[in-house]
Design a protein around this ligand. Structure first.
Ligand code: HEC
Length: 129
């Protein structure tokens, strides 16, 4: 009995060691300092109230998960002056650059469009980079 308990303890310790030292499935790059500042702006200006990332968020504006693919110039044209429906946040050039850096980082993490065959019958899915 004692030997068995000892075996269980050692197996548990070995497995814990393995779990904590193995790399796991995370492959995305850490955000750059500019992207981190962009996340802060994204939160401060509450962009999520009108826009979605990965389909989650407000629905007044479009999903921005992959908007970075349209280019910095395209994104900054909206951020510089807003539109009839999107407010002008009076952002400085460097703030716009940071938001663009954040949106590039989001873009690299996956695609907002989930193909029908990737959706599990429970309705959940895994976003692949
Ligand atoms: C009050 C709602 C609202 C808020 C808040 C808002 N937006 Fe928008 N945004 C819109 C709408 C609506 C559009 C679509 C253009 C239009 O209809 O005027 C848009 C368009 C955009 C586009 C172009 C998307 C495309 O694919 O054409 C970008 C980029 C963008 N917004 C970024 C942002 C960022 C970054 C913030 C936060 C700083 C933000 N928006 C906050 C409403 C909003």
């Amino acid at each position: 009995m004692r030997a068995f308990l000892l075996f269980l303890c050692l197996a548990c310790a070995a497995f814990t060691g393995f779990v904590y030292t193995s790399e796991g499935p995370r492959t995305e790059a850490a955000p750059s300092p500019a992207a981190l500042a962009g996340i802060q702006l994204w939160q401060d200006k509450n962009c999520q109230s009108c826009h979605q990332l990965y389909g989650l968020g407000g629905y007044m504006g479009p999903d921005l998960t992959n908007v970075a693919r349209k280019g910095d110039q395209y994104m900054s044209s909206f951020l510089k002056s807003g539109t009839e429906r999107m407010p002008n946040f009076q952002l400085s050039e460097s703030e716009i650059e940071r938001i663009c850096a954040f949106l590039h980082w989001v873009d690299q993490s996956g695609s907002a469009r989930v193909s029908a065959d990737a959706v599990h019958w429970t309705g959940s899915y895994i976003i692949k980079p």
